[in-house]
Every structure is written in structure tokens, then in C-alpha cells.
Design a protein around this ligand. Structure first.
Ligand code: UT7
Length: 343
């Protein structure tokens, strides 16, 4: 039997309008544009400020744009997965709400929580549905409203994160492009260094947890940094080695955008020059599950059919992952809908 490959056949992003730049953060906490830029590479990030809107609204905007741009009717979609750590609610799944908001009905839809590696975990999961023949058109979304779990009095975390969503359409093909190989890893021992203390089943919400700001992101930055540098580089090098790729064979690294220094270390280990590295951290900060699909969206018109891409991530869990894929289409600039949404 011929092997079925999962091709990405479209990508779309959504970013909220409000720009929270380093100068504004200087007014909120004891920090400086110089510190943030030199330690992280971030100049500004987008924040979803409209009351009553959540992760599903950003995800739905990306999905609607994707359907329009790829000329796909909602009735053709037969799987939708949302990767997020900031679901609209504990339940139902944000994916269920995204389907409802976009006119996609009666299909399997669910969330995956793997923090900054969520998009790669979800992409890999959806590809199994495609490759088994169970699904013909699947959508994978990476979306996070990180501002909803951010303490804007904590300079160690609030300068790092932003809000945004990116979505890809997946379809089967016997042409040997698309997803070639996947590595997914996790280690729960890392949880103590990066987590949200309250709001789950161990520490249910109470006045005390709110007073102690336990619904915000807690991160021991230095510790996470050490693991991120090693694991993201390791997993990227490993997937290259086992597929016989050198730096010359790889056209693009699509790294999770947590810190420019982590990205540089990964590119360096892979033997890739800066021009081959997708970057959006300076404009959007760390959008958690959104970083990788938002990179693909922004760089879409520069990607050529057959390009070798390495997608790589590290984040809460700890989770880390890499995916080797061959880009499957040439974007047509005139067909890219809603360019105004691109930042
Ligand atoms: O995507 C999820 C995974 N997350 C990551 O991969 C993040 C990994 N960690 C990092 O990117 C970095 O550790 C940070 C950007 C979070 C911090 O950078 P760092 O170089 O590791 O700084 P640090 O935490 O060691 O702090 C150095 C100093 C400290 O002051 P003292 O103790 O040396 O006086 C901090 O209090 O910088 C201080 N500091 C700040 N100063 C100005 C921490 N945050 C700030 C700030 N502005 N925003």
C-alpha cells in the first residue's frame, strides 16, 4: 500500500490589534527596553483587550481566514484540534467552541495541552488521523491568550508573553512531501519550574489563591532557560541526524519563540545561518502554542515547494519536540486573504 503523507495546504494567523511595547511595560514594572531586548529579543507583543473575548475568538478568526483563503467549506473539515494552555474554560474544550464559532459541525474536536510544544503535539496527532485515512481535511490551531494568566506586576514574566493564534489545514497525499518525521518528548519533573499554581484540581480557586496571585504563570526563568537551550537544540539535531540532513539541506528552522538566545543556540547547533531562521519574537513575544503557526503564516510567501523545514519547541511540562517536514505548496500572493491581519 502506498504511504499517505500529511501535507500542510494552508496557513493563517490572527493577532489582536493592541500593541504592548517595552516602553509601556517600563511604566508598569521596574524594567527597561534595553534589558528586555538584550535578554529576550522582544520589542513588543499583542494583547487581546476586548472584554468577553478569549482564546477561542482568536482561534476562530484564524480558522475563518484559513477556510476563506483555501476555499474550503466548513462542512469539508473532519477534525479540529486546538493546542492551548489558556482555554476559554476548564471545559468544554476550546476546540468545541471554535467549531461552533466557525460553522464546523459534528466532527471530532478536542484540545491538547502541551504548553509551548502544544502545536507540534497537535500537528503530530492530527497527522495520524490523516495518515490512517480517517480524515481528509483537518485543522490544527495553536492559540493562547497569555495575558489572561499574566501578572503585570511581575517583571520576570510579564515582559515575555503575548496573545495570538495560528491555524493550518492538513490534507493527505501520496506525494512524499509534508510531515516526514516527528520526535515528541516530556518530563513532568520540570513542572516545578514552570506552572500555574491554582485553578486546577489540586488548588481550586479561592479568595486566598487569588490574593496570592496563584492564577498567574510561575516561572523560574534561569532554570527553564538551561533546559530549553539543551533540549530544543538536542531534539533538532537528533531529527536532522536520523534523517541524514546537514545544515545545508535545511532551508528553514521554525523554532518556538521564547527567547532569541535559545533560538540562536539551536540554530548554531544545527549549523544554520541566521537567514534560515524564522523569527517573530521581536513583534509578538512568546505566544506559547501560537508561535510556530504564526511564523509559518508570516513566512508563507517565502516558502518553496520541497523546502526542508525543521519545527522545534520547548516549554512547560517540560515538553519538547521537533518535526521534519517538506513544504508542500507555493503560496499565491494574490490568494492570501486578509493580509491586513498580518502584522
Ligand atoms: O516558552 C516557555 C519556556 N520558557 C522559556 O524558555 C524561558 C526561558 N528563560 C528565559 O528566557 C530567561 O531566563 C529570562 C528571559 C526569563 C530571564 O533572563 P535571565 O538572563 O535568565 O535573567 P535572570 O532571571 O537570571 O535575572 C537576571 C537579573 C535578576 O536581577 P539580579 O538578581 O541579578 O539583581 C532579575 O531580577 O535580571 C533581573 N530581571 C529583570 N530586570 C529588568 C528579571 N526580569 C527583569 C526585567 N527587567 N523584566
Amino acid at each position: 500500500m502506498e504511504r499517505i503523507y500529511t501535507h500542510i495546504t494552508g496557513v493563517q494567523g490572527y493577532l489582536p490589534e493592541f500593541v504592548l511595547n517595552n516602553k509601556i511595560l517600563e511604566q508598569l514594572v521596574d524594567t527597561s527596553d534595553e534589558w528586555i531586548l538584550s535578554r529576550t529579543g522582544i520589542s513588543e507583543r499583542r494583547i487581546l483587550r476586548t472584554k468577553g473575548l478569549g482564546t477561542s475568538d482568536m482561534a476562530a478568526a484564524a480558522v475563518k481566514g484559513l477556510l476563506k483563503k483555501t476555499d474550503t467549506d466548513p462542512s469539508q473539515i473532519d477534525l479540529l484540534i486546538v493546542a492551548t494552555v489558556t482555554p476559554d474554560m476548564v471545559f468544554p474544550a476550546t476546540a468545541n467552541l471554535v467549531c461552533h464559532k466557525t460553522g464546523i459541525k459534528d466532527i471530532p474536536s478536542f484540545d491538547i495541552a502541551a504548553a509551548c510544544s502544544g502545536f507540534l503535539y497537535a500537528l503530530s496527532t492530527a497527522s495520524k488521523f490523516i495518515e490512517s485515512g480517517q480524515c481528509k481535511k483537518a485543522i490544527v490551531v495553536g492559540a493562547d491568550k497569555m495575558s489572561s494568566i499574566m501578572d503585570y506586576e511581575d517583571r520576570a514574566t510579564c515582559v515575555l508573553f503575548g496573545d495570538g493564534a495560528g491555524a493550518v489545514l492538513l490534507e493527505p497525499s501520496t506525494e512524499p512531501l509534508g510531515i516526514q518525521d516527528v520526535i515528541l518528548r516530556s518530563d513532568g519533573a520540570g513542572a516545578k519550574h514552570l506552572h500555574q499554581k491554582a485553578g486546577g484540581s489540586i488548588k481550586t480557586p479561592s479568595r486566598r489563591t487569588v490574593a496570592h496571585k496563584e492564577h498567574f504563570v510561575y516561572q523560574e526563568g534561569k532554570h527553564v532557560f538551561k533546559h530549553a537551550v539543551k533540549n530544543m537544540a538536542d531534539v533538532s539535531a537528533e531529527i536532522m541526524e536520523r534523517n541524514g540532513l546537514t545544515g545545508e539541506d535545511v532551508q528553514w528552522l521554525v523554532p518556538h519563540q521564547a527567547n532569541k538566545r535559545i533560538i540562536d543556540a539551536t540554530a548554531n547547533r544545527m549549523g544554520l545561518e541566521e537567514e534560515k531562521v524564522m523569527l517573530n519574537i521581536h513583534k509578538f513575544g512568546n505566544t506559547t502554542a501560537g508561535t510556530i503557526p504564526l511564523c509559518l503564516w508570516e513566512y508563507e510567501e517565502r516558502l518553496k515547494r520541497g523546502d526542508n523545514l525543521i519545527l522545534a519547541s520547548f516549554g512547560g511540562g517540560f515538553t519538547w519536540a521537533s518535526i521534519y517536514l517538506k513544504w508542500a505548496y507555493q503560496a499565491n500572493p494574490s490568494s492570501s486573504s486578509d493580509l491586513s491581519l498580518r502584522a
